[in-house]
Design a protein around this ligand. Structure first.
Ligand SMILES: Cc1cc2nc3c(=O)[nH]c(=O)nc-3n(C[C@H](O)[C@H](O)[C@H](O)COP(=O)(O)OP(=O)(O)OC[C@H]3O[C@@H](n4cnc5c(N)ncnc54)[C@H](O)[C@@H]3O)c2cc1C
Length: 373
């Protein structure tokens, strides 16, 4: 790979010289930040640096749920997090989803308003109807949404799942094609004159005299402001506040008996949906939190076996299936279930710790980051 000092005059002028804003990480948050910065400062030069040949974290590896919280997930949140903070995060998820739909458009990212079901396992306690009534009243009062959650008495007949005693339907959630979302954002960035250098890892940065010197694998460049949008790979800067969290996914071959919709269970730790006549199933991190606190894109066999059992016994009982795709992605979690959006100094800013909510909150985080300058 050529070093920056081997590049031509034209190349250096085009990509390296005179950048006002440099963003590290070309995932959903990095690209959203770039577009929000361009909207605020249309004449400033913006460059994204991405170490992968594709974005290589979570943004093209996720399950594509456009979701803002299942009853079991929210019930768990209310047990651990201050009530108002839970509602603030829900508000951010709803705002981010609206911004994403407005920016990309529903059709271009293949958005389907298919609804979601939170499945309650046969051995788990059912959700108290007072809690559902509380959620619905708050959603109506705070966001004007009517009857967000309702018990679905027909889910067994509709889907043929086994091992679940109840299901709560949310008509306001949906599914997207996550790679289409990123492709659309990329095209918008390119159309706006925002530049990308892929396969360019940032090694370190240093601020002096109101500018940032950014050292990459190929050489140095300068910017007035640096934005760190590296999510699960940002632990060096926020040791106590965040950690990586690997998440694993399986996709079957096309099935004879097809299911349509998005489904969660066990506080959102398991999730599955249909894609192109197949089932995508992910999750199970709670079975081995310690091993899954990693940035390694590997498989965890214990979790893989649990996912296979879930497919066999609960989601596709009595149906033959084959696994066609398997992958893992790296999320970012921490002590608090909310993103870090913060300036580290006058010239360096970070938007990280998206949890399992990045599709929902990423656009709003990008906008908030752009307002730090
Ligand atoms: C399996 C899975 C399922 C998920 N399902 C959902 C879902 O259904 N709904 C939802 O809302 N969220 C979901 N998420 C979470 C969501 O995908 C993430 O929160 C979101 O993609 C985070 O976006 P990001 O841009 O912050 O980070 P990322 O997409 O991880 O982007 C960070 C980028 O920074 C780059 N980078 C890191 N270090 C450097 C460096 N030093 N130099 C240059 N580049 C660097 C990485 O290569 C990466 O491309 C899921 C995540 C996973 C893994």
């Amino acid at each position: 790979m050529l070093r920056f000092d081997q590049l031509s005059f034209w190349e250096r002028e085009q990509y390296l010289v005179g950048n006002t804003f440099v963003i590290v990480g070309a995932g959903l948050v990095g690209m959203s930040t770039a577009l929000s910065l361009h909207k605020r400062f249309p004449n400033e030069k913006i460059l994204l640096l991405e170490r992968g040949y594709l974005p290589t974290g979570a943004s093209t590896k996720n399950a594509g749920f456009a979701c803002f919280g299942s009853p079991t997930e929210l019930q768990d949140d209310f047990q651990h997090i201050d009530e108002e903070k839970v509602w603030q995060t829900i508000a951010l998820r709803l705002k981010g989803l609206e911004q994403l739909k407005k920016r990309v458009g529903e059709a271009p990212m293949h958005y389907r308003n298919c609804g979601s079901w939170d499945l309650i396992g046969a051995q788990e306690p059912d959700i108290n109807s007072d809690f559902i009534a509380y959620l619905n009243a708050e959603f109506k009062m705070r966001f004007g949404l009517e009857e967000v959650y309702r018990k679905d008495p027909d889910f067994q007949a509709k889907f043929g799942f086994q091992g679940y005693q109840a299901a709560y339907f949310n008509a306001f959630e949906g599914a997207i094609d996550t790679a289409q979302m990123i492709a659309q954002l990329y095209q918008q960035c390119v159309a706006a004159g925002i530049h990308f250098l892929f396969a360019t890892e940032v090694k370190k940065w240093e601020t002096s005299e109101d500018k940032v010197c950014i050292e990459t694998a190929h050489g140095e460049l300068f910017a007035q402001h640096l934005f760190l949008c590296t999510n699960g790979f940002a632990q060096a800067y926020f040791q106590d506040e965040l950690r990586p969290a690997r998440a694993q996914v399986l996709v079957t071959k096309a099935l004879a008996h097809q299911v349509s919709g998005t489904f969660h269970s066990d506080r959102g730790y398991y999730y599955f949906r249909d894609i192109g006549g197949r089932i995508l199933l992910g999750g199970g991190r709670q079975l081995d939190f310690e091993t899954e606190t990693t940035t390694a894109f590997e498989k965890n066999e214990r979790i893989r076996q649990a996912l296979l059992r879930k497919l066999q016994e609960e989601i596709l009982p009595g149906q033959a299936f084959e696994i066609d795709y398997e992958w893992s992605g790296i999320m970012c979690v921490g002590a608090e279930k909310k993103p870090i959006i913060r300036s580290l100094n006058k010239n360096v800013h970070a938007g990280v710790r998206m949890g399992g909510m990045g599709v929902a909150i990423g656009s709003a985080v990008g906008e908030a980051l752009s307002k730090l300058v």
